[in-house]
Design a protein around this ligand. Structure first.
Ligand code: NAP
Length: 250
């Protein structure tokens, strides 16, 4: 059965994406969980959502590759219905490093996964959502980072720059499609407890830095999911081209 509220969340097998998938399901959305390779994690999020009595599919696709993105959206068209919300959440970072030690290959990988994926998925979403193309409108929420503004010196300037590119795309696309029924906004999480910090080489990074956070705690994936849901919902119907810093004041 096709649903009226359909969300695609990229990178939803773990962390912020997984929590966002569960929260949208609680709000009555049919949910597409996208992931790269961790089928066990994706299936376990899917099972939890199906137990809520909500439609859910898990689609393995590398969202930095256009053919995979096309297949992802076509699967959703067929199995859930037309997408009404896209959450561009998939993202990677690599080991903490000085700027001059970042290789060209690594820089390319970071921009491909964090920026190209947002570009490719947003294109497919606009083609389906825009009233100009016969769509019913919708919302796109981009999961950026506070790093876009801090620049992440001595850790990952490449990652921070990719999130800055994402923010610029959020702003430009929001203005371009504002009169076509599509709102585009971003969430900039601060230090959130997920497995991502292990890929940066420091699994306990949030605990090391949490005293620098004005609210004196690390964020939970649910904190970010709530901001994403609000930006996707009718409660923010007059909000576009802007950002929520979900970062405890950092
Ligand atoms: P995470 O726990 O490392 O999870 C990353 C997710 O992205 C996984 O589901 C992974 O799939 C998926 N993924 C990676 N590359 C992909 C690709 N090419 N195609 C499809 N899926 C892909 O990350 P997280 O901490 O939840 O981060 C989610 C987003 O929040 C990211 O954009 C990140 O930059 C942003 N963010 C996080 C923090 C933080 O403190 N955690 C702070 C600021 C911003 P598999 O499971 O299959 O590998």
């Amino acid at each position: 059965m096709k649903s009226e509220k359909v969300v695609i969340i990229t990178g939803a097998s773990r962390g912020i994406g997984a929590e966002t998938a569960k929260l949208f399901a609680e709000d009555g959305y049919a949910v597409c969980i996208n992931y790269l390779s961790n089928s066990d994690a994706a299936e376990s999020v899917k099972e939890a959502i199906l137990q809520q009595g909500v439609q859910c599919i898990a689609v393995k696709a590398d969202v930095s590759v256009s053919k995979d993105v096309e297949r992802l959206f076509e699967t959703v068209d067929r199995e859930l219905g037309c997408v009404s919300v896209l959450v561009n959440n998939a993202g990677i970072l690599k080991t903490q490093s000085r700027f001059e030690d970042i290789s060209e290959e690594r820089f390319g990988d970071i921009f491909r996964v964090n920026v190209m994926s947002c570009f490719l998925c947003s294109k497919e979403a606009v083609k389906r959502m825009s009233v100009k193309h016969g769509g019913l409108g919708g919302a796109i929420v981009n999961v950026s980072s506070r790093a876009a503004q801090t620049g992440s010196p001595n850790e990952y300037v490449d990652y921070a720059a990719s999130k800055g590119a994402m923010d610029t795309m959020t702003k430009g696309l929001a203005m371009e499609v504002a009169a076509e029924g599509i709102r585009v906004n971003g969430v900039r999480p601060g230090l959130i407890y997920t497995e991502m910090h292990a890929s940066g080489g420091e699994a306990a990074r949030v605990d090391r830095l949490k005293t620098k956070i004005p609210m004196q705690r690390g964020g939970e994936a649910r904190d970010v999911a709530e901001s994403i849901l609000w930006l996707a919902s009718e409660k923010s119907s007059f909000v576009t081209g802007t950002f929520i810093d979900t970062s405890g004041g950092l």
